[in-house]
Write a protein that binds this ligand. Structure first.
Ligand code: ADP
Length: 353
């Protein structure tokens, strides 16, 4: 199985013809809410390819929603007696519309149950999706332009409450996995704990240092069997400028010097660059040329696919795994949204499996 220790976020996505400048307000043409968070995204992509998956995560209880539903029952019971701010709440139809509005508002910060449902629909085990009432759902506010480029602000919320005690609770599933995958949208101490737990059980570790932090604890490198980052993360981690495969190769060499077994730097439409202890010369693996509609979450599709191949096709060469992961991520950029754009095994060419 693939176990992901990571985040769930509610994506708040606005589509606009271009990205706004600092201090500027622009009109967008579409808004939607989606399921995101790097941990869940990667887990969903691995699951859609056929991996048996578990997500160890923390998401809020839907307490507010339950509370509101209870109140609605009460109001219904008092039908004919309630009047607020000039509204005629004695009319059952009017009451219904007020209830729905109220739920929608509260729903903004009570996506826990919806998220659990989403994970289940993707065949992901939610046994270790811990619930909390102490923080809000993580959110990612995303703006996407006509070229499919994006800017993103995340507020991690409940994700930061996932702790090492939760990991101990999930030790049975982590220690029996083929691959344990984590990122940095949860507390770094928890990610590090997950890597250490997996390593001590002989489970292959895949680490995606996203979003990147400049002074990453050196143990993240030594505990990563596979360390996979994108260009901007490579820049933050190394201080180098990464704009070409040659640059990515230099960054990968520097990162491998810190103790990882394999380093992969993804390059958007440029594919990726790989480097391993056994093949210590950087190798560029280009990808398909496709029309990008929305590149949000392409990296997560790539990492999720890589986790799937590492777990289920360990006999493939690393290069072959990366070619296939490139292909899958290139499919994901051709549709809108994050998880909504991730392909299922049944929709992919047979030669990938
Ligand atoms: P992130 O989404 O983290 O910024 P990248 O932009 O590097 O990561 O994309 C990750 C992977 O997704 C790339 O290595 C590539 O396989 C694929 N990809 C991203 N953008 C494109 C694109 N425009 N065309 C084809 N593949 C893409």
């Amino acid at each position: 199985a693939v176990v992901v220790v990571g985040s769930c976020m509610t994506d708040l996505v606005s589509l606009a013809h271009r990205l706004p400048k600092t201090g500027e307000t622009i009109h967008g043409h579409k808004f939607f809410i989606g399921f995101g968070g790097k941990g869940a995204n990667q887990c969903v992509q691995a699951a859609r390819l056929g991996a048996k998956t578990s997500l160890v995560c923390k998401i809020p209880h839907d307490l507010l929603k339950c509370f509101l539903l209870l109140n609605i029952k009460k109001l219904t019971a008092q039908e004919g007696h309630v009047g607020v701010k000039g509204s005629d709440w004695s009319d059952p139809e009017a009451l219904l519309s007020i209830q729905v509005e109220g739920m929608a508002q509260v729903g903004k910060d009570s996506f826990g149950n919806n998220y659990i449902e989403n994970l289940k629909q993707n065949d992901i085990s939610t046994e270790f999706a811990y619930q909390t009432k102490d923080a809000a759902t993580g959110t990612a506010s995303i703006i996407v332009n006509n070229e499919g480029q994006n800017i993103i602000v995340i507020v991690a919320g409940a994700n930061l409450l996932l702790n090492t005690e939760d990991l101990r609770g999930a030790v049975s599933v982590i220690s029996r996995a083929r691959v344990m995958l984590c990122q940095l949208e949860i507390s770094p101490a928890t990610s590090l704990g997950a890597l250490a737990m997996a390593r001590s059980s002989g489970v292959k570790t895949l680490f995606n240092p996203a979003p990147a932090i400049a002074d990453l604890d050196p143990q993240f490198y030594t505990l990563s069997d596979v360390f996979c980052c994108n260009e901007s993360e490579a820049e933050i981690l190394t201080g180098l400028t990464v704009g070409s495969p040659a640059d990515a190769g230099k960054a990968a060499l520097m990162l491998m010097g810190r103790g990882c077994q394999v380093v992969i730097v993804t390059l958007g439409a440029g594919g990726c660059v790989m480097l391993s202890q056994t093949e210590p010369t950087p190798k560029h693996i280009p990808t398909e040329t496709v029309k990008a509609v929305d590149t949000t979450g392409a990296g997560d599709s790539f990492v999720g696919a890589l986790a799937f191949y590492l777990a289920y096709y360990p006999h493939l060469s690393l290069e072959e795994m990366l070619k296939r992961s490139n292909f899958i991520a290139a499919v994901s950029v051709q549709a809108a949204g994050t998880q909504s754009s991730y392909p299922y095994r049944k929709d992919l060419p047979i030669h990938l499996f």
